[in-house]
Structures are given as structure tokens and as C-alpha cells.
Design a protein around this ligand. Sequence first.
Ligand SMILES: CC(C)(COP(=O)(O)OP(=O)(O)OC[C@H]1O[C@@H](n2cnc3c(N)ncnc32)[C@H](O)[C@@H]1OP(=O)(O)O)[C@@H](O)C(=O)NCCC(=O)NCCS
Length: 188
Amino acid sequence: MIIQDIEFTMKDGRKALIRSPKDEDIQGILDYLYISAGETEFILRYPEECGKYTHEGEKALFDRINASANEAMLVCLVEGKVAGNCQIAWKTGIKTRHRAAVAIALLKEYWNQGIGTRLFQELIRIAEENENILQMELEFVEGNTRARALYEKMGFRIVGIKPNAIRLKDGTLLNEYYMIREIRRNSI
Ligand SMILES: CC(C)(COP(=O)(O)OP(=O)(O)OC[C@H]1O[C@@H](n2cnc3c(N)ncnc32)[C@H](O)[C@@H]1OP(=O)(O)O)[C@@H](O)C(=O)NCCC(=O)NCCS
């Protein structure tokens, strides 16, 4: 789906724009995927694994998500540069269409500016507007205190843990935590 453009002011006073992805964002997204993979262990890819992301692949992804009724990508741009993005997607099967999965990552230079908060407000709005959705779901890797703080602020709570879900190159094993946030419906 396509979302309406949102302008907001970051904590440092700069303006930011949130909107659905456009073809002109492809190179910015490819750069962001590669750079962010090297900036934190909490993203599930290493920079050398980013070769699979191509211009054509991102274009096809943007086109598919923008045309989808059950998926959205929100790109955040600061001074014309891609700062990061987030996604929401839910299945269409009767037994699982009440669950929306969300994910987010930003380039390090844009952390702690309120972008994650504003993106999550919009993800929650999308979930609330789709009447089948009863809960939002996400995962974070052990040690990611910034992400956990954001998610708890936005109403998510930990509901489970997968031990040793992540294995870093140096052999370090990290747990993955599962969080959900209920969407309250008057009819339930
Ligand atoms: C996690 C991430 C998306 C958060 O986005 P963000 O724009 O930095 O978040 P915000 O600035 O909106 O909010 C972060 C909140 O956490 C707080 N915070 C920051 N660092 C913290 C820490 N180490 N411990 C606890 N709280 C922390 C901030 O004070 C802020 O709360 P406030 O607005 O009430 O002051 C972003 O930092 C990021 O992309 N990180 C790398 C990729 C990643 O980890 N993605 C998530 C994978 S699950």
C-alpha cells in the first residue's frame, strides 16, 4: 500500500520526510542496506551478504509492496538522503491474518532523533486501520537496548525468547526476543 507523505521535525531540529518508496530511492536504499549491516550486530546481515540486493530487485520489491493490500514500506528521508526504513506485513490466511509483522532499521547517524518513534506511530496507525489485525509482532536481538526501549515505549512487551537464535562470526551466540503489541478492538 501507499501511505500519505508525513513531514516531521527531528530532535535536532531538522525536517524529515516519511513516505512510500519510489524508484529514486533505490540507490539510497542499497547504500543503507550495506552501511547499516556494518554499523550494528543487531541487523541480521553482514555487509558482504548484501550483494544479493540489486537495483532490479529493489525496484521489484518497491512495486510489489506499494501495490499490496497487506504490506507497506515506509522510507525516511533527511535532507533528501535515505535515513532508513520500516515495514509492516500481514498474511491473508484466515488463521493468521490477525498478526502483523514489523521491522525497522536506520543508519547510525540518524539514531536517537525520534525517527523510530515517528515511524512506529505510523505502523501502529496502519495496523489499527486494518480491522483484521489484532496484534503486531517483532523480534530483537539480545543486547539491543535502544530497540527494546523504543518498542516498550510504543506498547510492545516481551512474550518469548529463542535461545541462541543468532551466531556472530566470532562464534558469539545471542538470544532473540519476541514482542507483541495488541490492537484493541471494541468488538472483542
Ligand atoms: C532501534 C532504532 C530503530 C531506534 O530508532 P531511533 O530513531 O533511534 O529511536 P527514537 O529516537 O525514536 O527512540 C529511541 C528511544 O530509546 C531511548 N534510548 C536510546 N538509547 C537507549 C539505550 N541504550 N537504552 C535505553 N533507552 C535508550 C531514547 O532515549 C529514546 O526514547 P525517548 O524518545 O523517550 O527519549 C535505531 O536505533 C536503529 O535503527 N538501530 C539499528 C538497527 C536496529 O537495531 N534495528 C532494530 C532491529 S530489531
